[in-house]
Every structure is written in C-alpha cells, then in structure tokens.
Design a protein around this ligand. Structure first.
Ligand SMILES: C[S@@+](CC[C@H](N)C(=O)[O-])C[C@H]1O[C@@H](n2cnc3c(N)ncnc32)[C@H](O)[C@@H]1O
Length: 259
C-alpha cells in the first residue's frame, strides 16, 4: 500500500491564482508545509504524493487521453506502436511513460529539467524508461544534442508540461527538432492556448504549428484534463499530429516567438 499524505487545500478560492502559484498544505510529522503545485522537486521527493494530489484527488486523466489519441492516429495509418521511438519531455516521475510502456513502444526516453524527476521515475517506475536526461532543452550542449539524435526518435510526447512557467517555446521547439521528419507529436495544452486573444509565446507557437505546412493534425480533442482545487473542470486540448517536413531552424524568430 503506497504511503498516503495529509493534504489540505486552502480555504480561500484559489481560482484567481496563476496555475503556477497554486499551493496546498502538506502536514508531515505534525508540521505544516506550504507547497506550490509547481514545487515539483519537493513533491517528487515524496513517493506517491504527486499521484495522490494530481491523479487521485484532482482526477488527472491526461496521459491516458494523449496516449489513446496517439494510438488511434497510428491505427489510422496502420503503423504499430511497438516500433515507436519516443522521447517524453517533461516526463516527471513517469506517469505518461508508464502508459506508453504498457502499450509496448520500442524505445522510451524521459527528459526533464530537474534531477528529482529522474530520481522519482527510477525509484517508482524503474523499468519504464530506457534512459532519462536531465537537461534544459532550451540550451542543449552539443554533446547532449548529438547523443539524443542517436536515439532516432520518431515521436515526442509532452503531457501537462507546456506553458505556465514549465516548458518554454524554445525547449519544446528543440525537442521537436529531434524528431524524424515524418514523426509524431502528441501533447496537451490548456484550452486558452488556442484562443487568438492569448499572446504568450507558447500559445503562438502552437497556433503557428497547427496551421503550418509542417504538421498534419490527426486529432485535436477538448477534454477534461483534471479538476481544480475547487472541484471545477479544467479543460485542455489533446493534440496528435504528424510532421510532414523539417521545420526551419528560424521558425520561432520568423513569428517573433520569444520564451
Ligand atoms: C505537471 S508535471 C508533468 C509530468 C508528467 N508528464 C505527467 O503527466 O504527470 C510537469 C513537468 O515538467 C517539467 N518541466 C518544467 N519545465 C521544464 C523544462 N523547461 N524542460 C523540461 N521539463 C520541464 C517539470 O519539472 C515537471 O516534471
């Protein structure tokens, strides 16, 4: 039986806070500790806390949803998931990796910016990833970049990790550039990122990609990502697309997209 934690949500309505400012209280050894949802290092250090918070209590459903749409896209073109060579960006402690592994992908490499994510993935899901890179993908060293290319990835997954002070456009773009020209992208984004009134670099990158000649969209589905602390439904889009050509290096600059 995994350890259960005493978690308290704040009295005040947290809906007005930015998604990266939302916090909860963890009661440990009689002491109260306030943690933000984005204090991933503190959360991953405690086995099962991430799962209890986001998956049990807030009913996150995104790895299953994104993996299901990816599987359906592969079915459409009659390609087996078992040949897929996947890099899972913002992999965290391996929730998406676990689903992909179960589906039998050929290679699965995790990537995250904090070592606590890799440590937690190896601790809690030791057989899921073939390798796990801890690097800032916005600034990859040449050596690491060359090493990553040797995996010959044909699929990038990225779940619950884009925007909001998580993965910036440059890091996502650099990861896309590691994928074969006819490879797959499978990720989710907050629904407002598709709204043309939203001008963050990330939402513009996604919109430009969707309408570009470099990506064929197979699935774009609005679904319930999880609940908020107030119990309201948070909707995201899950997107699965296939690259059709190499995206030019200057794509971000061309559209004035900054991190
Ligand atoms: C909400 S978690 C999602 C984890 C996992 N994909 C899941 O669905 O449960 C977001 C993850 O993105 C990672 N992250 C944030 N910024 C990043 C960056 N610039 N590069 C890589 N990973 C990043 C965080 O460390 C965290 O592990």
């Amino acid at each position: 039986m995994p350890e259960r934690y005493r978690i308290q949500f704040p009295q005040a309505d947290s809906q007005k806070l930015g998604q990266d400012e939302i916090f909860f209280t963890l009661i440990e050894d009689g002491k109260e500790k306030r943690l933000r949802f984005h204090d991933y290092n503190e959360i991953y250090k405690r086995p099962g806390l991430y799962e209890q918070l986001f998956y049990d209590r807030l009913r996150c459903n995104s790895p299953a949803k994104v993996a299901d749409l990816l599987q359906r896209a592969l079915n459409t073109v009659r390609e087996p998931v078992t040949e897929l060579r996947v890099i899972d960006l913002g992999a965290g402690n391996g929730m998406m990796g676990e689903v992909l592994k179960r589906e039998g992908v050929a290679r699965l490499v995790g990537a995250d910016i904090i070592p606590e994510a890799r440590d937690a993935a190896y601790r809690d899901r030791s057989t899921v990833y073939d390798d796990y890179y801890v690097h800032d993908f916005a600034n990859l060293d040449n050596d690491v970049h060359d090493e990553l290319r040797e995996w010959h990835f044909d699929c990038l997954t990225c779940v619950a990790a884009l925007g909001f002070g998580d993965i910036p456009p440059r890091a996502f773009f650099n990861a896309i550039k590691l994928i074969r020209t006819d490879g797959w992208l499978a990720f989710n984004i907050k629904e407002t990122f598709l709204d043309h009134t939203e001008h963050t670099g990330f939402s513009r990158l996604v919109r430009e990609l969707i309408f570009s000649k470099y990506l064929d969209i197979y699935h774009l589905e609005r679904y319930r990502h999880r609940l908020s602390m107030e119990g309201t439904q948070l909707f995201y889009y899950a997107l699965v697309g296939r690259l059709t050509a190499s995206i030019p290096e200057g794509f971000l600059e061309q559209y004035g997209i900054e991190d």
